[in-house]
Design a protein around this ligand. Structure first.
Ligand SMILES: O=P(O)(O)O[C@H]1O[C@H](CO)[C@@H](O)[C@H]1O
Ligand SMILES: O=c1cc[nH]c(=O)[nH]1
Length: 238
């Protein structure tokens, strides 16, 4: 048991999928895993362990934002022995050539969060994906004909912007080639690196900040199959 997780040691697999939404975790457990056991309901942050193609895999909600995923990943790695962490999240596009439902492999993550400024005493750390995981995910995608974009993403602490005072909050990131915005990857990659674990974020574009196109909450929960399969196929290769 940890501060935020009622699982016992051994209940959680070494390889885990991490959606922000705990109901996405339940959806994956219900629809993709076999022999499933729910190991955590604390704070409604559901966690399940089952098998996928014979390999033991867990799936656990992380909540939204850097502090929430930091708590869950820290406990998963340091108190439950988790070694391979694959975030499967949604993100918003601020580029005209990155479309709703596109799948993104986050090679690295820029951020407007202060978390690493504090940790690294004002210097800049470049959080990056584990190369083998990234390479495995890319190979799986290629073999299944799934088109993915790989590159830099933005982990932001801000979902709603003050557009009156800051009308183009993402322009500088787009100008420097950043593909899309989500809210957790910088923390995931930094914590995994510190604890010698492997991490990768796979993201699906759920909405387009420039055009206003969006998927519904229900669609987000249930129609992310391409990303979920890519995550699971990458997971069984670790
Ligand atoms: O769909 P998830 O994984 O929660 O990811 C994205 O969605 C949430 C914002 O709506 C943030 O957590 C963001 O990172
Ligand atoms: O963090 C997120 C996720 C999806 N869409 C956004 O605009 N931001």
């Amino acid at each position: 048991m940890s501060a935020h997780n009622e699982a016992k040691m051994g209940d959680i697999a070494e390889t885990i999928l991490l959606p922000g939404d705990p109901l996405r975790a339940k959806y994956i457990a219900d629809n993709f895993l076999e022999d499933v056991v729910c190991y955590n309901k604390v704070r409604g942050m559901l966690g399940f362990t089952g098998t996928y193609k014979g390999k033991r895999i867990s799936v656990q909600g992380t909540g939204m934002g850097v502090p929430s995923i930091s708590i869950y990943t820290h406990e998963l790695i340091t108190q439950y022995g988790v070694k391979n962490l694959i975030r499967i999240g949604t993100c918003g596009s601020f580029n005209h050539d990155v479309n709703v439902r596109d799948v993104i492999l986050a090679m690295t993550s820029s951020t407007d969060s202060g978390i690493n400024k504090n940790k690294f005493k004002g210097m800049d750390y470049a959080p990056c994906a584990d190369f083998k995981m990234l390479s495995d995910a890319h190979q799986v995608a290629t073999s299944k004909g799934i088109h993915v974009k790989a590159g830099n993403i933005l982990t932001s602490d801000v979902f709603y912007h003050d557009l009156e005072n800051n009308p183009e909050p993402f322009k500088i990131w787009a100008d420097y080639g950043v593909l899309a915005v989500e809210m957790e990857t910088t923390a995931l990659y930094t914590i995994a690196a510190r604890q010698k674990a492997k991490a990768l974020s796979i993201l699906t574009v759920s909405d387009h900040i420039l055009t206003g196109e969006a998927t519904s909450a229900e669609e987000r929960q249930t129609t992310l199959h391409t990303m979920i399969e890519l995550g699971l196929e990458t997971a069984i290769r670790q």
